[in-house]
Design a protein around this ligand. Structure first.
Ligand SMILES: CC(C)(COP(=O)(O)OP(=O)(O)OC[C@H]1O[C@@H](n2cnc3c(N)ncnc32)[C@H](O)[C@@H]1OP(=O)(O)O)[C@@H](O)C(=O)NCCC(=O)NCCS
Length: 227
């Protein structure tokens, strides 16, 4: 099946990968709102607390060639979990990591949006935002104009990134955090839930509070780890 045929077939079912994470339920709800069926969920860890609504649950060794043809979404919400799921999914033969945008999200035309990203319900993006591969913008988060989110960055529910911020690879922005205009957050950093960040955050650091202060520095491998 070529890409043109695939894009015409808007209602082909998706595969949910890594359904042991509770965030799989949010994906399921968004796909339901989009009118997209779920062909199967793939369980890659200990059984989840809920498999509600997932029609077929498979373990990685049970995946058929037909399923590998379908679009797949990576369910883990943390950058680390999603990075590991990505490598696992690639090694099993999945290759179609299609962006998923909830129909209630506000997404201006013309933004750059990479493969495998997820924009959850009621998120709002400003003009000229750039979202790299596997970025997640969670429920009701707001991303200001000209902000750049690099690969695997995750914006927690209700967080606000003001304009022209640069959020590095694998950064985790906690629920309800605020990042002031023009601030850069280094690769692999964590911004705590509710933190208010006015200054650059160094790679791999954890910052907490208002105004945000350093809570932990990086371990070396947390900055260099792939992807
Ligand atoms: C900041 C965070 C990453 C934990 O970082 P940590 O450095 O491992 O922190 P610890 O749990 O060891 O706690 C260290 C101290 O910071 C405090 N602390 C933890 N999180 C805090 C927060 N969000 N705001 C203020 N203080 C916080 C703890 O109470 C503790 O205080 P104490 O030393 O006086 O007991 C985590 O608490 C957090 O906020 N994660 C974001 C979760 C989230 O929003 N996810 C979105 C889901 S989609």
């Amino acid at each position: 099946m070529d890409e043109k045929t695939r894009s015409r077939n808007r209602l082909e079912p998706y595969v949910l990968f890594g359904i042991e994470t509770s965030f799989a339920s949010d994906y399921l709800d968004t796909l339901t709102r989009l009118g997209v069926e779920v062909a199967a969920g793939v369980l890659t860890g200990p059984p989840p607390w809920s498999l509600r609504g997932i029609p077929v649950v498979l373990h990685p060794e049970e995946i058929s060639h037909l399923l590998l043809e379908l679009p797949v979404v990576l369910c883990p919400v943390t950058p680390k979990g999603r990075g590991e799921a990505h490598l696992r999914a690639l090694s099993l033969g999945f290759s179609r990591f299609i962006p998923v945008v909830d129909p209630t999200a506000v997404v201006p035309g013309g933004i750059y949006a990479g493969q495998g990203l997820f924009i959850n319900a009621n998120a709002t993006l400003g003009a000229e935002v750039e979202l790299d591969d596997f970025v997640t913008v969670n429920r009701a988060a707001s991303v200001g104009h000209h902000t750049v989110l690099e690969a695997f960055a995750t914006v927690g529910p209700g967080a606000t990134l003001a304009s022209q911020c640069r959020i590095g690879k694998r950064v985790m922005i906690g629920a309800g955090a605020v990042v002031a205009p023009n601030v850069r957050i280094g690769d692999g950093a964590t911004v705590a839930a509710g933190a208010v960040v006015f200054r650059e955050v160094e790679a791999g650091a954890t910052v907490i509070g208002n105004p945000a202060r350093l809570s932990k520095r990086a371990k070396d491998d947390s900055i260099t780890e792939s992807p």
